[in-house]
Design a protein around this ligand. Structure first.
Ligand code: OAD
Length: 243
Protein backbone atom coordinates (compact mmCIF):
# COMPACT_ATOMS: atom_id res chain seq x y z
CA UNK A 1 0.00 0.00 0.00
CA UNK A 2 2.77 2.44 0.93
CA UNK A 3 4.48 1.88 -2.45
CA UNK A 4 1.21 2.55 -4.29
CA UNK A 5 0.62 5.68 -2.23
CA UNK A 6 4.07 6.99 -3.12
CA UNK A 7 3.47 6.31 -6.82
CA UNK A 8 0.14 8.16 -6.78
CA UNK A 9 1.71 11.00 -4.86
CA UNK A 10 4.45 11.27 -7.50
CA UNK A 11 1.76 11.43 -10.18
CA UNK A 12 -0.04 14.22 -8.33
CA UNK A 13 3.18 16.23 -8.01
CA UNK A 14 4.06 15.72 -11.67
CA UNK A 15 2.63 19.04 -12.85
CA UNK A 16 -0.20 17.49 -14.89
CA UNK A 17 -3.92 18.14 -14.86
CA UNK A 18 -5.64 16.49 -11.93
CA UNK A 19 -9.38 15.84 -11.79
CA UNK A 20 -11.01 14.34 -8.69
CA UNK A 21 -14.53 12.90 -8.61
CA UNK A 22 -16.08 12.46 -5.18
CA UNK A 23 -19.18 10.70 -3.88
CA UNK A 24 -20.97 10.23 -0.59
CA UNK A 25 -18.11 8.19 0.91
CA UNK A 26 -16.04 11.36 1.24
CA UNK A 27 -18.59 12.72 3.71
CA UNK A 28 -19.15 9.42 5.56
CA UNK A 29 -16.47 10.27 8.13
CA UNK A 30 -18.29 13.56 8.80
CA UNK A 31 -21.37 11.57 9.82
CA UNK A 32 -23.39 12.15 6.63
CA UNK A 33 -25.09 8.87 5.67
CA UNK A 34 -24.10 7.45 2.26
CA UNK A 35 -26.92 6.69 -0.18
CA UNK A 36 -26.51 2.96 -0.51
CA UNK A 37 -24.90 2.13 2.83
CA UNK A 38 -26.68 0.51 5.79
CA UNK A 39 -27.50 3.99 7.12
CA UNK A 40 -29.07 5.09 3.81
CA UNK A 41 -32.67 4.56 4.93
CA UNK A 42 -34.81 7.39 6.28
CA UNK A 43 -38.09 6.38 7.97
CA UNK A 44 -37.92 3.10 6.00
CA UNK A 45 -37.61 4.98 2.70
CA UNK A 46 -34.59 4.56 0.46
CA UNK A 47 -33.07 7.91 -0.53
CA UNK A 48 -33.38 6.84 -4.17
CA UNK A 49 -37.16 6.52 -3.77
CA UNK A 50 -37.50 10.09 -2.46
CA UNK A 51 -34.91 11.89 -4.61
CA UNK A 52 -37.07 11.78 -7.70
CA UNK A 53 -39.55 14.10 -9.41
CA UNK A 54 -42.45 11.63 -9.32
CA UNK A 55 -42.06 11.23 -5.54
CA UNK A 56 -42.08 15.03 -5.14
CA UNK A 57 -45.16 15.38 -7.37
CA UNK A 58 -47.05 12.72 -5.39
CA UNK A 59 -45.84 13.54 -1.86
CA UNK A 60 -44.18 16.97 -1.74
CA UNK A 61 -44.53 17.18 2.06
CA UNK A 62 -42.72 13.83 2.54
CA UNK A 63 -39.90 14.77 0.16
CA UNK A 64 -39.51 18.19 1.80
CA UNK A 65 -39.49 16.55 5.24
CA UNK A 66 -36.66 14.30 4.01
CA UNK A 67 -34.68 17.26 2.63
CA UNK A 68 -35.27 19.39 5.71
CA UNK A 69 -34.01 16.47 7.82
CA UNK A 70 -30.90 16.20 5.61
CA UNK A 71 -30.29 19.97 5.77
CA UNK A 72 -30.54 19.87 9.54
CA UNK A 73 -28.29 16.78 9.81
CA UNK A 74 -25.60 18.22 7.52
CA UNK A 75 -25.66 21.61 9.24
CA UNK A 76 -24.45 19.77 12.37
CA UNK A 77 -21.61 18.04 10.46
CA UNK A 78 -18.13 19.36 9.73
CA UNK A 79 -15.71 18.83 6.87
CA UNK A 80 -13.40 15.90 7.64
CA UNK A 81 -9.77 15.17 6.83
CA UNK A 82 -10.70 14.06 3.29
CA UNK A 83 -12.44 17.36 2.44
CA UNK A 84 -9.56 19.32 3.93
CA UNK A 85 -6.95 17.29 2.01
CA UNK A 86 -8.77 17.98 -1.27
CA UNK A 87 -8.87 21.70 -0.50
CA UNK A 88 -5.13 21.52 0.23
CA UNK A 89 -4.51 19.69 -3.08
CA UNK A 90 -6.30 22.50 -4.91
CA UNK A 91 -3.84 24.97 -3.39
CA UNK A 92 -0.80 22.84 -4.29
CA UNK A 93 -1.74 21.58 -7.76
CA UNK A 94 -2.00 24.40 -10.33
CA UNK A 95 -4.29 22.51 -12.70
CA UNK A 96 -6.90 20.97 -10.45
CA UNK A 97 -10.65 20.40 -10.58
CA UNK A 98 -12.92 18.74 -8.05
CA UNK A 99 -16.18 17.30 -9.35
CA UNK A 100 -18.59 16.16 -6.66
CA UNK A 101 -21.84 14.24 -6.73
CA UNK A 102 -22.44 15.37 -3.16
CA UNK A 103 -25.01 18.02 -2.32
CA UNK A 104 -23.93 18.60 1.29
CA UNK A 105 -21.70 21.65 0.67
CA UNK A 106 -18.86 20.22 2.80
CA UNK A 107 -16.23 20.67 0.06
CA UNK A 108 -17.01 24.40 -0.02
CA UNK A 109 -16.91 24.60 3.76
CA UNK A 110 -13.48 22.90 3.67
CA UNK A 111 -12.19 25.64 1.34
CA UNK A 112 -12.49 24.09 -2.13
CA UNK A 113 -13.13 26.66 -4.86
CA UNK A 114 -12.36 24.84 -8.11
CA UNK A 115 -15.46 22.77 -7.65
CA UNK A 116 -18.34 21.49 -9.79
CA UNK A 117 -21.39 20.31 -7.84
CA UNK A 118 -22.87 17.92 -10.41
CA UNK A 119 -26.02 17.16 -8.44
CA UNK A 120 -26.69 20.67 -7.13
CA UNK A 121 -26.78 21.62 -3.47
CA UNK A 122 -28.95 21.07 -0.40
CA UNK A 123 -28.41 24.76 0.28
CA UNK A 124 -30.13 25.93 -2.89
CA UNK A 125 -33.87 26.13 -3.40
CA UNK A 126 -35.75 26.97 -6.55
CA UNK A 127 -39.33 27.56 -7.63
CA UNK A 128 -41.22 24.74 -9.32
CA UNK A 129 -42.91 27.29 -11.61
CA UNK A 130 -40.97 30.53 -12.07
CA UNK A 131 -37.24 31.23 -12.34
CA UNK A 132 -36.74 32.16 -8.68
CA UNK A 133 -33.73 30.40 -7.17
CA UNK A 134 -31.62 31.24 -4.14
CA UNK A 135 -29.07 30.00 -1.67
CA UNK A 136 -30.76 29.44 1.67
CA UNK A 137 -29.21 28.15 4.89
CA UNK A 138 -32.23 28.92 7.10
CA UNK A 139 -34.75 26.51 8.63
CA UNK A 140 -37.40 26.10 5.96
CA UNK A 141 -41.11 25.48 6.55
CA UNK A 142 -42.60 22.06 5.76
CA UNK A 143 -43.79 23.24 2.33
CA UNK A 144 -41.85 26.41 1.48
CA UNK A 145 -43.38 28.69 -1.13
CA UNK A 146 -41.89 31.04 -3.67
CA UNK A 147 -41.66 34.70 -2.57
CA UNK A 148 -42.13 35.79 -6.20
CA UNK A 149 -45.08 33.76 -7.50
CA UNK A 150 -46.32 31.86 -4.43
CA UNK A 151 -45.92 28.39 -5.92
CA UNK A 152 -44.07 25.56 -4.24
CA UNK A 153 -40.29 25.68 -3.91
CA UNK A 154 -38.18 22.56 -4.42
CA UNK A 155 -34.68 21.57 -3.35
CA UNK A 156 -32.00 22.77 -5.79
CA UNK A 157 -30.68 19.28 -6.37
CA UNK A 158 -30.74 17.01 -9.40
CA UNK A 159 -33.08 14.09 -8.89
CA UNK A 160 -33.07 10.65 -10.47
CA UNK A 161 -34.51 10.83 -13.95
CA UNK A 162 -33.65 14.52 -14.32
CA UNK A 163 -30.96 15.81 -16.65
CA UNK A 164 -27.85 17.36 -15.18
CA UNK A 165 -27.41 21.10 -15.64
CA UNK A 166 -25.96 21.16 -19.19
CA UNK A 167 -23.20 23.71 -18.47
CA UNK A 168 -22.01 21.71 -15.47
CA UNK A 169 -21.92 18.43 -17.38
CA UNK A 170 -20.06 20.03 -20.29
CA UNK A 171 -17.40 21.49 -18.00
CA UNK A 172 -17.01 18.16 -16.20
CA UNK A 173 -16.63 16.18 -19.42
CA UNK A 174 -14.15 18.69 -20.86
CA UNK A 175 -11.98 18.53 -17.73
CA UNK A 176 -12.11 14.74 -17.43
CA UNK A 177 -11.17 14.39 -21.11
CA UNK A 178 -8.05 16.51 -20.56
CA UNK A 179 -6.98 15.00 -17.23
CA UNK A 180 -3.54 13.46 -16.75
CA UNK A 181 -4.55 11.97 -13.41
CA UNK A 182 -8.13 11.04 -12.53
CA UNK A 183 -9.07 10.16 -8.94
CA UNK A 184 -12.41 8.59 -8.05
CA UNK A 185 -13.03 8.86 -4.31
CA UNK A 186 -15.85 7.50 -2.16
CA UNK A 187 -18.32 6.74 -4.89
CA UNK A 188 -20.03 3.41 -5.59
CA UNK A 189 -19.82 4.20 -9.32
CA UNK A 190 -23.40 3.10 -9.83
CA UNK A 191 -24.85 6.38 -11.08
CA UNK A 192 -24.20 7.71 -14.57
CA UNK A 193 -22.67 9.71 -16.08
CA UNK A 194 -20.13 10.06 -13.24
CA UNK A 195 -19.57 6.30 -13.12
CA UNK A 196 -18.14 6.43 -16.66
CA UNK A 197 -15.83 9.40 -16.19
CA UNK A 198 -12.88 7.07 -15.47
CA UNK A 199 -13.37 5.53 -18.93
CA UNK A 200 -13.33 8.91 -20.63
CA UNK A 201 -10.19 9.85 -18.69
CA UNK A 202 -8.51 6.54 -19.57
CA UNK A 203 -9.41 6.88 -23.26
CA UNK A 204 -7.56 10.18 -23.25
CA UNK A 205 -4.47 8.71 -21.60
CA UNK A 206 -5.02 9.62 -17.94
CA UNK A 207 -3.78 7.48 -15.08
CA UNK A 208 -6.81 6.42 -13.02
CA UNK A 209 -6.93 5.97 -9.26
CA UNK A 210 -9.75 4.80 -7.01
CA UNK A 211 -9.96 5.40 -3.25
CA UNK A 212 -12.65 3.38 -1.50
CA UNK A 213 -12.74 0.89 1.36
CA UNK A 214 -14.98 -1.39 -0.77
CA UNK A 215 -14.65 -2.52 -4.37
CA UNK A 216 -16.87 -0.91 -7.04
CA UNK A 217 -17.72 -2.05 -10.56
CA UNK A 218 -14.81 0.11 -11.79
CA UNK A 219 -12.12 -1.10 -9.39
CA UNK A 220 -10.65 -3.71 -11.75
CA UNK A 221 -10.25 -1.13 -14.53
CA UNK A 222 -8.30 1.41 -12.49
CA UNK A 223 -4.52 1.77 -12.67
CA UNK A 224 -4.35 2.12 -8.89
CA UNK A 225 -6.96 1.02 -6.33
CA UNK A 226 -6.25 2.32 -2.85
CA UNK A 227 -8.46 0.47 -0.37
CA UNK A 228 -9.31 2.45 2.74
CA UNK A 229 -11.17 5.46 4.09
CA UNK A 230 -10.77 8.73 2.19
CA UNK A 231 -10.07 10.52 5.49
CA UNK A 232 -6.90 8.48 5.92
CA UNK A 233 -5.64 8.12 2.34
CA UNK A 234 -6.23 11.65 0.98
CA UNK A 235 -4.27 13.41 3.76
CA UNK A 236 -1.34 11.07 3.03
CA UNK A 237 -1.51 11.97 -0.65
CA UNK A 238 -1.83 15.69 0.03
CA UNK A 239 0.96 15.85 2.62
CA UNK A 240 3.98 17.72 1.32
CA UNK A 241 2.66 17.93 -2.27
CA UNK A 242 3.88 21.44 -2.89
CA UNK A 243 7.42 20.85 -1.56
P1 OAD B 1 -23.14 5.67 -2.59
O1 OAD B 1 -23.85 5.66 -1.28
O2 OAD B 1 -23.74 4.90 -3.71
O3 OAD B 1 -21.66 5.12 -2.40
C1 OAD B 1 -20.83 5.54 -1.35
C2 OAD B 1 -19.46 4.89 -1.54
O4 OAD B 1 -18.61 5.41 -0.53
C3 OAD B 1 -19.43 3.37 -1.41
O5 OAD B 1 -18.71 2.82 -2.51
C4 OAD B 1 -18.68 3.14 -0.10
O6 OAD B 1 -17.88 1.96 -0.14
C5 OAD B 1 -17.80 4.36 -0.06
N1 OAD B 1 -17.32 4.75 1.28
C6 OAD B 1 -17.92 4.56 2.48
N2 OAD B 1 -17.18 5.09 3.46
C7 OAD B 1 -16.09 5.65 2.88
C8 OAD B 1 -14.95 6.34 3.35
N3 OAD B 1 -14.79 6.59 4.64
N4 OAD B 1 -14.03 6.75 2.45
C9 OAD B 1 -14.18 6.50 1.13
N5 OAD B 1 -15.23 5.85 0.63
C10 OAD B 1 -16.17 5.42 1.48
O7 OAD B 1 -22.90 7.21 -2.98
P2 OAD B 1 -22.52 7.87 -4.38
O8 OAD B 1 -21.62 6.98 -5.16
O9 OAD B 1 -22.06 9.24 -4.08
O10 OAD B 1 -27.48 11.09 -6.68
O11 OAD B 1 -23.92 7.93 -5.08
C11 OAD B 1 -24.00 8.60 -6.32
C12 OAD B 1 -25.31 9.31 -6.46
O12 OAD B 1 -26.37 8.42 -6.26
C13 OAD B 1 -25.57 10.41 -5.43
O13 OAD B 1 -24.98 11.64 -5.76
C14 OAD B 1 -27.04 10.51 -5.44
C15 OAD B 1 -27.29 9.05 -5.36
O14 OAD B 1 -28.39 8.45 -5.07
C16 OAD B 1 -28.60 11.82 -6.72
O15 OAD B 1 -29.22 12.10 -5.72
C17 OAD B 1 -28.98 12.26 -8.09
Amino acid sequence: MQAKLEMVKALLSGGGRVVVLTGAGVSAESGVPTFRGRDGLWKHHRAEDLARPDAFAAHPELVWEFYNWRRSLVSGCHPNAAHLALAAMERQIPNFLLITQNVDGLHTRAGSHKLLEMHGSLWRVRCTVCTHAREDFSDLPDLPDCPVCGHLLRPGVVWFGEPLTPGVLRLAIEAVGKADVFLSVGTSNLVQPAASFYQLAKDHGAVTVEINPAPTPNTGFMDFALHGPAGEILPELAAGLGE
